[in-house]
Design a protein around this ligand. Structure first.
Ligand SMILES: Cc1cc2nc3c(=O)[nH]c(=O)nc-3n(C[C@H](O)[C@H](O)[C@H](O)COP(=O)(O)O)c2cc1C
Ligand SMILES: Nc1ncnc2c1ncn2[C@@H]1O[C@H](COP(=O)(O)OP(=O)(O)O)[C@@H](O)[C@H]1O
Length: 329
């Protein structure tokens, strides 16, 4: 998949294209269903499939105080978009200047002149252009003027959509709610994969090693951090600080993940840290790692003594083994 960060980077001879617009935060099952179908349609008519997407999230520009936490960082979002088979993604830097374009200007510059859109795929509730002035009717009118068709995508429903109790459409909002409640299992059902966060390993309070549980502390976490608590998961070593490759057998390691302020030690900062089971020999400092969160085991607790915390951590580790299907120690 080609990635352009500005419309000027689109090759002049690019196209024809089938284009869709969206934030695609989380690249959840609804997004994937729409995008894979769009890719198939584009292939069938010999066109390129392109997604136009934005960074930062428009809500962060227009309503920074109310903007939702993003499920994924840009790198992960692009990687998952690439996985759907898209030929290209145009990652537009979203600024107030960009937002000031009229619906007509945006469509002409981006969809028509640069991407040579033959088909534009949108949801029924699409809004675009300054003050969200453009809607589906506007897009259809612009399509007639500029020679593209508009395809409206209906909700792709979960298989059990007709179950009693009704259904809820797959959405980024739903995933955020589930993560805020710590329900990473249910979030995985909506995402179609295990949720992960990513960061570079930084120095913590140098206590973990003394306790017998060294933990890799994540700095600058990308991706939505779920509710405080202890989680079973996997630590994926993605990039070593010195650029040397990680041996295949050392890439994905079982981990007990702690998210919280370490109240037992009167901590204040919220930490995201992971203990790799049965290892004390790792050096993860400055490595980029992803933490896949499979199941929440318990809330974060304030223990009366370090011994009580250690006893509980030993149990956590056994719970992690059970969740991940690893043999007991
Ligand atoms: C599996 C696991 C469970 C944990 N549970 C708690 C907890 O319930 N309460 C708490 O205060 N700290 C908890 N911690 C965090 C420890 O307090 C923390 O790892 C320790 O203070 C080391 O900090 P450091 O990495 O900054 O050196 C947990 C850590 C792990 C790995
Ligand atoms: N099993 C392990 N899980 C996580 N990190 C480990 C492990 N073994 C060694 N390490 C290394 O030890 C560091 C954590 O040690 P710790 O004493 O908790 O110090 P700090 O919290 O100050 O970084 C990690 O960043 C990593 O480089």
């Amino acid at each position: 998949m080609q990635v352009w960060t500005d419309v000027s980077q689109v090759p002049t001879a690019w196209g024809p294209s089938v284009v869709t617009l969206g934030n695609f935060d989380g690249v959840h099952r609804g997004h994937v269903a729409v995008l894979t179908r769009m890719v198939a349609d584009a292939r069938a008519v010999g066109a390129h499939a392109v997604a136009v997407t934005f960074t930062p999230h428009p809500a962060q520009v227009h309503r920074p105080l109310e903007a939702p936490p993003l499920l994924l960082g840009d790198a992960d979002r692009l990687e998952l978009l690439a996985g759907t088979g898209l030929d290209a993604a145009l990652l537009v830097t979203y600024t107030l200047d960009f937002a000031r374009q009229s619906p007509e200007e945006f469509v002409r510059r981006y969809l028509v002149d640069a991407l040579h859109a033959r088909t534009v795929v949108v949801g029924r509730d699409v809004r675009f252009g300054w003050q969200n002035a453009g809607d589906l009717t506007t897009m259809r009118r612009l399509g007639e003027r500029h020679g593209f068709t508009v395809e409206v995508i209906e909700d792709v429903r979960p298989d059990d959509a007709d179950e009693p109790g009704g259904y809820r459409r797959w959405s980024s909002t739903w995933v955020r709610e589930l993560l805020a409640a710590g329900d990473v299992r249910a979030a995985a059902d909506v995402l179609g994969r295990t949720h992960h966060v990513r960061g570079v390993v930084v120095h913590g309070d140098a206590r973990g090693r003394e306790l017998g549980y060294p933990t890799a502390n994540l700095g600058h976490v990308a991706g939505m951090v779920p509710a405080d608590g202890v989680y079973a998961g996997w630590l994926r070593r993605e990039r070593r600080a010195d650029g040397t490759p990680v041996p295949a057998a050392e890439r994905v390691l079982p981990a007990a993940v702690s998210i919280g302020t370490n109240p037992t030690f009167d901590g204040h900062d919220r930490r995201v840290e992971a203990y790799v089971l049965d290892r004390t020999d790792l050096d993860l400092y400055d490595d980029e790692v992803a933490l896949e969160l499979v199941e929440r085991l318990r809330p974060t607790l304030r223990f009366d003594s370090v011994e009580a915390l250690l006893e509980r951590m030993a149990r956590d580790v056994e719970d992690v083994r059970a969740v991940l299907g690893l043999p007991r120690a």
